[in-house]
Design a binder for this molecule. Structure first.
Ligand code: URA
Length: 202
């Protein structure tokens, strides 16, 4: 599939997503967050679901966690953020209650309702590597109940696509941020990805 076809197909899914009412999250969203990036990306990042800033802007990973993810991509991997693709398991923001003041991971019902969109995104983009960020996306993609601490840094497989699970940037921030040993772990995981892709920084 050429880039234009991929882009058209992704746009048509984005339009479906914007009207979706398949789960309760549509009742509290400001807008959907489809994901963004290069339709031909070699690397696809998958987070859990939009947070407050993402819900307000319609873009994935633009809050504090997004700043760290962008540094991982640009400084760690040495490529522009626009060259990868960034998506989430759910396209609407999950919050603990309808007051909309605290985020939570997507629940099973929301994941089941929304994940077909993600699966179609993966199929179209057809990345060389998927990096799952944190438990919800790792468990969904690798079909496991195992935790991220055990899974990170080890290659998994999604229909022939190598999957590298690593910590979610929010988890790294909550546990010490730049000074956290978790951040070093993320760099180690990223290095494995660079090696797999044969990218220069490896
Ligand atoms: N956390 C996520 O999992 N996804 C986002 O888009 C933002 C924060």
């Amino acid at each position: 599939m050429n880039t234009l076809d991929k882009s058209d197909k992704l746009q048509s899914i984005a339009s479906e997503v914007s009207k979706c009412t398949k789960c309760k999250l549509h009742t509290t969203r400001t807008q959907t967050v489809f994901g963004e990036g290069n339709p031909d990306a070699e690397v696809m990042f998958i987070g859990e679901g939009p947070g407050k800033q993402e819900d307000l802007t319609g873009r994935p990973f633009v809050g504090k966690a997004g700043e760290l993810l962008t540094r991982i991509i640009e400084k760690g991997m040495g490529v522009p953020r626009e060259s990868v693709f960034i998506a989430n398991v759910t396209k609407c923001r999950p919050t603990v209650d309808l007051k909309f003041d605290k985020d939570r991971p997507p629940d099973e019902e929301e994941t089941i309702a929304c994940s077909p969109f993600l699966l179609r995104q993966i199929e179209i983009i057809s990345p060389k590597v998927i990096i799952t960020l944190g438990n919800p996306s790792t468990r969904f993609i690798l079909r496991t109940q195992e935790g991220i601490t055990k899974l990170r840094g080890k290659w998994g497989d999604f229909h022939g696509i190598p999957v590298m699970p690593t910590y979610h940037p929010s988890y790294v921030i909550r546990n010490g941020g730049d000074n956290s040993p978790l951040k070093r772990d993320v760099w180690e995981d990223v290095k494995l990805v660079l090696q797999k892709l044969g990218w220069k920084r490896a």
